[in-house]
Design a protein around this ligand. Structure first.
Ligand code: FE2
Ligand code: FE2
Length: 422
C-alpha cells in the first residue's frame, strides 16, 4: 500500500494547525482555499503550479510556531517582523519538496524587497505577492467587516497587491462566492474534495511535507529538535533488522512519525533539561494523546492509528511496570521501543544511550509479562542499530544547528535592511 493511500497529508496538517494556536485556526487552509479558487479559471499557471501555490498557501506561515510573533504577523503593520518568514523559508529549503520555492516563503510579507541578501526572481515574487494578497484578505475578513474589503484592496492596489491578483480575486469571488464560503465554513468541503480528487503527491513528497511540518514543531528549541527524528530513525533500523515487508515498514514509519503529533498543542518554551523532562511527561498525558487522536482520526489509515494506540499502551505499562493486557503487533512494539529509547536520550549535544540498554529493556519486558521474542531477535544487532541511529541523528543535529545559524544570520541582516530601507 502506498503512503498516498495511508495518509491525507493536507488534512493531517490542517487538523494539526487547529491545535497550534487559537489565533491561527484554519488560517493556512483558508489562504490555500482563496488561492485555489482565484486561480481555478486562469491559464496563466499550469495545474502543477496551481497545486504548488495551494501547498505554499497552506504552509506559508509554517515558521510562525517557533517564536512569539503571532501578534505582529496578524497585524497590518507593513514593517512587521520577518522571523516566521525566515524560519519557514529555512524549513522549506531544508526539508520540503518545494525547496526551490523557499524564497516565496521568505518574502510572503515583504514581497517588494529589493535589497535582501537572498535574491528572488520576478516569477517567484509574483507568487509571493499573490500569497500575501490571499493572506491579507483572510486576516482582514477575520478582523473586520467584509463590506470594507473592497476599499482595503483599492487602497493598496498596485502599491502592495498586484492589480491582476485583485482582479482574479474579484472575478473568482463573484463566481465561486469565496467570502461567503469562508464565512459559512463550506470552503472546507471544497478543500477536502480538491485534496482527495486533484492533488497528486508522490510518497516522497508526502514524507517530505510531513517532516517539514514535524520539524516546524520539533525545531522550536534544541531540547526537542531530534525527538521525533531519533524515534523515526530507530523505527526504520528496527524494521529493517526484523525484515518487515516493505508495505508494513511504511505503515510503521508513518506511525512513528505521527506517534505524538498532539505535541503541537504543547508550549515550546523549553529553556532547561528540567523543562524537557516536564515536556516528555506532558507528551503522554491524556490531553495530548486526545489531540493526537483528533488530528489522526479520519486522516490516516486505521492501521496507523492502531499501531500508535498499541505503542502508547505498551509505553504506559513499561513506565508503570504493569502487566500488558494484550498481545501487541510487532509494529506496535517497534514504535514503543523506539520512543522508549528516544525518551531516555539526553536532549541535544551528545547522542548516547545507556550501556546496559538491552538488560534494562529485558527487565521492563519481564515486569510487564511481555513476550520477548522480538527483543531477543534484536539483541545481537542492537549495538549496530544504535550506532546507525546515532550517526543519522548527529547529521540531523548538524542540520538543526545550520538552520538556527542561518535563522539568526538572516534575521540580523533583514532587520538591518528593513531599518535602512523602509
Ligand atoms: Fe505570514
Ligand atoms: Fe499568514
Amino acid at each position: 500500500m502506498s503512503s498516498s493511500q495511508l495518509i491525507n497529508i493536507v488534512e493531517v496538517i490542517c487538523h494539526s494547525f487547529r491545535h497550534l494556536d487559537p489565533r491561527l485556526i484554519n488560517h493556512g487552509e483558508r489562504v490555500a482555499y482563496i488561492l485555489m479558487k482565484m486561480l481555478e479559471d486562469t491559464s496563466y499557471y499550469t495545474k502543477q503550479e496551481k497545486q504548488d501555490i495551494f501547498m505554499l498557501g497552506l504552509l506559508h506561515d509554517i515558521g510562525a510556531y517557533k517564536g512569539e510573533e503571532l501578534d505582529s504577523m496578524l497585524s497590518f503593520d507593513m514593517n512587521d517582523s520577518m522571523e516566521h518568514s525566515v524560519f519557514g523559508y529555512l524549513l522549506f529549503q531544508n526539508f520540503s519538496p518545494l525547496s526551490d520555492y523557499a524564497d516565496i516563503i521568505l518574502y510572503h510579507h515583504h514581497c517588494n524587497a529589493q535589497y535582501y541578501p537572498v535574491p528572488i526572481g520576478n516569477y517567484h515574487r509574483d507568487m509571493a505577492k499573490l500569497i500575501y494578497l490571499a493572506d491579507r484578505i483572510d486576516i482582514f475578513c477575520v478582523l473586520n467587516d467584509v463590506k470594507q474589503l473592497d476599499s482595503f484592496l483599492d487602497r493598496y492596489n498596485e502599491t502592495v497587491f498586484p492589480s491582476a491578483g485583485i482582479r482574479w480575486f474579484h472575478d473568482a469571488n463573484k463566481k465561486y462566492q469565496i467570502l461567503n464560503h469562508l464565512h459559512s465554513g463550506a470552503y472546507q468541503e471544497e478543500v477536502a474534495s480538491y485534496t482527495k480528487e486533484q492533488l497528486v503527491l508522490t510518497e516522497e513528497q508526502i514524507h517530505k511535507y510531513l517532516m517539514t511540518f514535524i520539524f516546524s514543531v520539533d525545531f522550536r528549541n534544541e531540547y526537542t529538535a531530534l525527538h521525533t527524528s531519533y524515534a523515526v530513525y530507530l523505527t526504520e533500523n528496527l524494521s529493517h533488522t526484523l525484515h518487515l515487508p516493505a508495505g508494513s515498514a511504511k505503515t510503521v514509519q508513518l506511525a512513528a512519525m505521527l506517534h505524538n503529533i498532539g505535541k503541537v498543542s504543547l508550549s515550546s518554551d523549553l529553556t532547561s533539561v528540567e523543562d524537557y523532562d516536564c515536556y516528555l511527561k506532558e507528551l503522554y498525558q491524556n490531553s495530548t494523546i486526545d489531540v493526537t487522536q483528533k488530528i489522526l482520526s479520519g486522516t490516516v489509515d486505521a492501521q496507523i492509528l492502531q499501531i500508535i494506540n498499541e505503542s502508547l499502551r505498551i509505553l504506559k505499562c513499561w513506565s508503570e511496570n504493569e502487566p500488558l493486557s494484550f498481545t501487541p503487533s510487532p509494529a506496535g512494539e517497534i514504535v514503543a521501543l523506539s520512543y522508549f529509547i528516544s525518551n531516555m536520550m539526553n536532549p541535544g549535544g551528545h547522542i548516547s544511550c545507556r550501556p546496559d540498554l538491552v538488560q534494562f529493556l529485558k527487565e521492563r519486558y519481564k515486569g510487564c509479562n511481555m513476550d520477548c521474542t522480538i527483543l531477543m531477535a534484536l539483541e545481537k544487532y542492537f549495538p549496530q542499530i544504535m550506532e546507525q541511529t546515532r550517526s543519522s541523528c548527529e547529521s540531523m543535529f548538524r542540520t538543526y544547528h545550520h538552520v538556527m545559524d542561518e535563522f539568526h544570520y538572516l534575521n540580523t541582516i533583514l532587520l538591518h535592511y528593513n531599518t535602512k530601507y523602509q
